[in-house]
Design a protein around this ligand. Structure first.
Ligand code: SF4
Length: 379
């Protein structure tokens, strides 16, 4: 309907960052702080930020995504107010998908019905691991039973539900992965995200590892767990459509597809990123600074065609079906041929049926494939 009624308007995908959590997890490098004593001030700045967006004022909103942090941790009336501000400010508000991220400990019936009443139609629950030992050592504040309860409650109210998992957390094993799959079988979500644990500097996990206080599964164990999870999901009717994402038919994440397909998306809130045309930006990474000045940026760049092409490849080659060569030709006609020659014969890539994508080996070694793209000189 949006495309028909508003044929001359830009379409945008809107991300809103909520940087508050009850407690920090030891592996987390997302921008968030423990506690919500400054939520009022933060949401005031968020409103200012949204109301001042010229892009929003001239665009039709396709999706809204509340991510974090833990959006379900803050007072739900702030979510309502923020959504109303997006709707009022945009030229046309006609989202097919409005997602909110939740954590098990802050999911309850009242919140769920409130979210549904304001138009949220997709829920994304952070389960991470169905294993109390793993959850506890990772600094999560819920246990597996709470995750199961929250997932079942959400299943009753949402016909579009995602569950998030992390493979490779400390103390995790094949037993953890089997319990994850049991939950998925029982709850039957529409979408599952499975991330491999990444260890970031500046996190407690990093220093615990450095001091030998904690141990992670080996690379082989991690790969075995990820493969088992992947096979299990396949058996349960999920299609792997992105390196870390699995969906039932018709349930791919519309919002995340806007990133992978390098569409125009705008981000509000500290650390939120945006991409409009060749312009990419990231908001300030400092919450206090955001409260003082919601327009402060930590990064911005008007990409050259070469930079834009590479970023389009980094994102798009995460999709299992890769990118359409015809679509790339429209945007990057002067660069495409050189790139296709650069990767021709490389076992990490494949070119078939008019698409360029990572090969099966490339999917297993995606970081090497992406490094190869970085090394390509297209300026
Ligand atoms: S709940 Fe999520 S955002 Fe918050 S600290 Fe844990 S991993 Fe980070």
């Amino acid at each position: 309907m949006g495309g028909y009624l508003y044929p001359f308007m830009n379409e945008v995908y809107v991300y809103i960052h909520i940087p508050f959590c009850e407690k920090k997890c030891i592996y987390c490098d997302f921008l968030s702080i423990a506690g919500k004593s400054i939520e009022k001030e933060y949401f005031q700045s968020l409103t200012r930020d949204i109301e001042s967006s010229d892009i929003l004022k001239s665009s039709v909103v396709k999706t809204v995504y509340f991510g974090g942090g833990t959006p379900s941790y803050v007072d739900e009336r702030y979510i309502e107010k923020t959504l109303n501000t997006v709707a009022k400010t945009s030229k046309a508000f006609n989202p097919e998908e409005i997602t909110i991220e939740l954590n098990p400990e802050s999911t309850d019936k009242n919140k769920i019905s409130f979210y549904r009443s304001i138009g949220v139609n997709r829920a994304s629950l952070g389960v991470q691991a169905m294993d109390d030992v793993v959850l506890n050592i990772s600094g999560r504040i819920h246990d597996a039973a709470q995750a199961q309860r929250a997932a079942s409650l959400l299943r009753k109210s949402f016909d579009n539900l995602n569950l998030d998992f992390i493979v490779g957390l400390p103390k995790s094993s094949m037993k953890t992965v089997k319990e994850n799959l049991k939950l998925i079988e029982k709850v039957n979500p529409d979408h599952v995200s499975v991330y491999m644990l990444e260890v970031h500097k500046e996190t407690p996990l990093f220093s615990l590892l450095k001091r030998g206080k904690i141990r992670l599964p080996s690379d082989d164990e991690m790969a075995e767990m990820f493969d088992f999870m992947m096979e299990g999901l396949k058996g349960l009717g999920f299609e792997r459509y992105e390196i870390s994402n699995f969906a039932k038919e018709g349930k791919r994440s519309l919002h995340n597809l806007s990133y992978w397909l390098s569409k125009d998306y705008i981000g509000f809130g500290a650390s939120a990123g945006g991409h409009v045309g060749n312009y990419r930006y990231v908001k300030t990474l400092n919450i206090k600074e955001y409260i003082e000045n919601p327009f402060a940026l930590s990064y911005e760049n008007h990409n050259t065609d070469c930079e834009e092409f590479k970023e389009t490849l980094f994102m798009g080659l995460r999709l299992i079906e890769g990118l359409s060569i015809k679509d790339l030709e429209k945007r990057f006609s002067n660069l495409l041929e050189g790139f296709l020659m650069y990767i021709s014969g490389d076992e990490l890539f494949s070119i078939e049926d008019g698409r360029v994508k990572l090969s099966t080996i490339g999917l297993d070694f995606s970081s090497i494939a992406f490094e190869k793209i970085v090394g390509w000189n297209c300026e």
